[in-house]
Design a protein around this ligand. Sequence first.
Ligand code: SF4
Length: 476
Amino acid sequence: MAKGIIKIGLVDADLLCNGTRHPNLVLMKLAGFLYDNGIDFHLIIDQNEDISQYKLIYISRVFTFTQMPAFYENATATQRKKFREGGTGFYANELNVNKYRFQREKDMNQLANDEFLNQYPNHRGGPRTNGIDLAHQMPYYHLYDEFVEQKVREGFKRDKYKDYQQYSIGFLTRGCIRHCPFCINKLEDTILPYSELEWFLDEERDEHGRLVRPYIYLWDDNFLASDPSVWRARLQQLINTGRPFQFRQGLDERMLAESPYGEEMAEMLSHTKYHGDFIFAFDNWKDRPLIERALKIWKHYNPNKGTKFYLFCGFMQKPDNFEKFYKDIWEIFHRIKVLMTYGCVGYIMRHEDYKKAPVSNLYIQIARWCNQQAFYKKMSFWEYTYRNQTYWEQSAGFNVAKEIKTFEEFQKDYESGYYEKLDSLGKQRKICKTLQTLLDTLEMFPEHRTELLEMFSFKMSELIDPSLWKTLKNTE
Ligand code: SF4
């Protein structure tokens, strides 16, 4: 820890509220600036921290649902003056476009305009002589060490916290062109180069000469939609490091079909040391034709690479809007069907509005099935649901003759009172919450019952069709 007379507190509000496992890059860069200038700082990880010791406290919140820490809520009016609040969690759900624009711009510029930071020199190059240059600033990669050590002492596996310790983290580009209404980048129109890789690439080595942080992860919003001269050069730089890397926010698969360089992108990515699954997004059903064209190109060059698609859902749900709810569920399952056909996995990303949906628990159950590849790849949603039922029955000591029944078999048993009868020990089976949620959904939409059951039976092993990407013909 850097030593000095002044002490600065840094707060990752999402971490304190148990809402994230992602290190906060702005705080790490802020810590880097303080470290460069020999200013004492500390990541506050105690809800009841004595804040009298700090001159200033920078508090960052990414998620709007994050609760602010106790020491913040209980601060006196004088203590409140120490706080500098920032992050998307303070404005991301603002619906008024002008207010949103104002708050976003203010937030994006507030550290550059910070009076305290501007008293100190910028040691990292760029146009500024004083104050922090966020693009040039090297993150302080030890910021979360104390937090991780505390978790390990509490009995958690160190590996659970690898994002805090094993990665160089940064943005190579920033911005987007897609204007998705649910996204913090909805008002952006361009994608510009941001940091050079070397500005955040960590070179620390352990006593054996091995890199302490052997991996790289990128937070770029839409890397592939940047200018070809930008993505091409930066992708080559990433490849040249020899380090496994990953774009955490996913890559825009549509670019493979839209860009004249789509095949070049797919081929270049096929030669990378990619870390984990390739992640793309299939957020809107209306993109299906584009996604399918892109998938043909992608799978042609990357037939055996693990490929995952974020599936955004739950946006603008309302308790009494049944039609909107049904449409959202329909689109989730049909996006999944496309992905299964191309041998790809989905990952449900729920907007917090899902909690207001008529059967909100259905989103939770679909996510539990879809986001665990062992279930998604082997079972249909119905099979997963019924396996939850028999798992409950087995745990409760019932005899289970068949772990997975077809829906028709279940229905026959259900109608004959199988789940209400007492067994030989006088115990009664019950319907588990997962199954009840599915039944509630069927009951809510009797007119869509057949279609729902068909969607619930989509199964990867039955849908996958490698002939779709054997040749690149018919990608138009
Ligand atoms: S493509 Fe991604 S980054 Fe761009 S606006 Fe849509 S959700 Fe946001």
